[in-house]
Design a binder for this molecule. Structure first.
Ligand SMILES: Nc1ncnc2c1ncn2[C@@H]1O[C@H](COP(=O)(O)OP(=O)(O)OP(=O)(O)O)[C@@H](O)[C@H]1O
Length: 300
């Protein structure tokens, strides 16, 4: 399934958090969503899984605007892994993974055997089969993260949304997770803070800066020292891996940020938040072309 962000703008609490973001992720490709803290990455993802509605532009899945999908239909298409949301849940790892089967259920208990097979398979795939019967509260952060991914695998959506999926993982499991995600073959959008992980494992990266799209395209074209300095306020040089020719960033030191512009406060919402976003005539930028963009004012 193709995911398109088309001129997306999102307001929260009267401030414009995301503005005019356009890019597309082709079917089966892995996109990294990058940007400094507070740049709007999670907010943009929320529009993809229907938790916020853009005030302008739209997010489309296979050409269908997200608000037009019914919740159950959306849940079958889009599997979401957020940061450690299951920490207090009073259930076992297997029960948590079985939750991923809910959108596929035909009735209470009807598919129990098949669902159990899928859930065990998903736990196996993320290397967490050994903790199936343990309560989530007794698992380490890394295992909980893997169980979350297993739930998303069991959910079987063709679109996978990951918000900082490698957060709690040691280096071995970070790499395993990125390879696993690539092997799943799903259209994936992952918020990543590790630029080198993104450079090595993403087909395309989209960089948010103060709510706007600073650049989008293949990591090699986007993650230049100039962009890293501007967006992340760090000096870096780009090296090339001799074996794969993938870019590797070597960081030097933080540099002063360009002065923050005060928050852009907006007038009250002109549109009823429950009404669908109007169609946008702006084309979504394809991921193949790196697109530098002037940073808009900071939204917070
Ligand atoms: N419900 C809300 N109301 C008002 N402002 C919000 C709301 N949710 C988020 N924000 C603000 O929007 C901005 C972007 O937040 P968001 O979580 O999308 O950024 P992020 O890039 O994912 O950050 P991080 O890397 O720190 O997780 C922040 O300044 C945040 O305070």
């Amino acid at each position: 399934m193709t995911v398109e962000f088309d001129g997306v703008g999102i307001r929260l609490g009267g401030a414009e958090i995301v503005r005019d973001v356009s890019f597309a992720v082709p079917r089966g490709r892995v996109a990294g969503l990058l940007g400094a803290n507070g740049s709007g990455k999670s907010t943009l993802l929320r529009a993809l899984y229907g938790a916020v509605r853009p005030h302008e532009g739209e997010v489309r899945i296979d050409g269908v605007p997200v608000p037009r999908l019914r919740p159950r239909e959306r849940a079958r298409k889009v599997a979401v892994v957020l940061q450690d949301t299951m920490i207090d849940a009073d259930m076992t790892a297997l029960e948590a993974v079985l939750l991923g089967r809910t959108p596929h259920g035909r009735g209470f208990g009807a598919d129990r055997a098949a669902d159990l097979r899928v859930a065990h398979g998903a736990l196996d795939r993320v290397g967490a089969a050994d903790v199936a019967g343990r309560p989530l509260s007794a698992l380490s952060g890394g295992y909980r993260q893997r169980v979350s991914l297993a739930r998303a695998i069991a959910q079987d959506g063709e679109v996978l949304v990951l918000d900082e999926p490698t957060n709690h993982l040691d280096i071995e499991h970070q790499l395993e997770l990125m390879h696993l995600v690539a092997d799943l073959g799903r259209t994936t959008i992952a918020v990543l803070h590790d630029l080198n992980l993104a450079a090595a494992h993403c087909d395309t990266v989209a960089v948010l800066h103060r709510g706007g799209l600073a650049a989008v395209g293949p990591p090699r074209d986007v993650l230049t020292p100039g962009l890293v300095r501007e967006v992340f306020a760090v000096d870096a040089i780009t090296l090339t891996r001799p074996d794969t020719t993938a870019p590797v960033l070597a960081f030097d030191r933080a540099v002063p940020r360009t002065e923050d512009v005060p928050a852009s406060r907006t007038e009250p919402e002109p549109r009823d938040a429950s009404s669908p976003a109007g169609p946008s005539s702006r084309p979504a930028a394809g991921p193949a072309s790196p697109r530098p963009a002037a940073p808009p004012p900071r939204a917070h």
